[in-house]
Design a binder for this molecule. Structure first.
Ligand code: HEM
Length: 209
């Protein structure tokens, strides 16, 4: 009886400490790999027909040339779309998005931005996202949806003409796709820096606890 009680206590203590469930971890890292492949091959594709007065250095692109980069981009696209869709469905159905990312209030965001800038933001309870994290994560999920929709528009503009119409026209969809990429890169810089500043959050995203 006492062994059973101890085992039960042990199981519930382990459960209580699980911060990132296994599905979140698997999908998060799959998404990170897919995003990085898409961004690096996307830079090579951009270089073939730049929108602005600059090109990305060949050293940080993937694919070697336009044809190779397109192969990488379309291969990683399936990984990103299937994994992203599964994450969105699981996030809504399990109630995770509602519980972890909401509410987001202007007062809460302002308070936590101030606290972060003065290094007073608490990281004691990793199971609750602060308002800065909530805003960044909810924002990047929206950007993730936008980059996929604008990408689909410029990939199959004839078949998916209604998606192109959603963005206005083809050139606008291309600009939206580019600026979503820029937003994801900016997010990544802040996100990775914060993960390194609070290493226990990185550990939780790797081993769950
Ligand atoms: C490759 C480098 C990356 C690292 C080191 C990293 C690290 C982390 C860590 C440690 C967390 C835990 C949350 C926390 O306690 O703050 C997290 C959550 C999250 N990350 Fe990343 N991440 C990376 C890439 C990405 C990318 C590319 C995206 C999307 C574009 C992304 C989107 C998210 C989201 C949405 C969450 C919240 C997940 C949830 O709670 O459902 N991450 N990340």
């Amino acid at each position: 009886m006492s062994t059973l009680a101890t085992t039960d206590e042990h199981i519930s203590a382990t459960r209580a400490k699980t911060i990132q469930p296994v599905w979140v971890r698997v999908m998060h890292w799959t998404n990170a790999v897919a995003m990085i492949l898409m961004i690096m091959s996307g830079w090579q594709i951009y270089n073939a027909s730049p929108l602005f007065d600059f090109r990305f250095s060949h050293d940080i692109t993937l694919g070697g040339w336009l044809g190779g980069a397109l192969l990488w981009h379309f291969a990683a696209m399936w990984l990103l779309m299937i994994n992203g869709l599964a994450y969105l469905i699981a996030g809504f159905v399990s109630g995770r998005f509602r519980k972890k990312l909401l509410p987001i209030t202007p007062a809460g965001v302002l308070h936590d931005v101030r606290a972060a800038l003065t290094f007073k933001l608490s990281h004691d309870d990793l199971s609750v996202y602060n308002y800065v994290q909530r805003t960044l994560y909810a924002g990047i999920i929206v950007v993730g949806v936008l980059i996929v929709l604008s990408g689909l528009s410029i990939w199959k503009p004839v078949q998916l003409y209604y998606l192109v119409a959603l963005f206005g026209d083809y050139p606008t969809a291309r600009y939206v796709h580019f600026f979503c990429m820029a937003a994801i890169c900016a997010f990544l810089v802040v996100h990775v820096a914060l993960a390194l500043l609070v290493p226990k959050s990185l550990r939780a995203m790797i081993i769950g606890r």
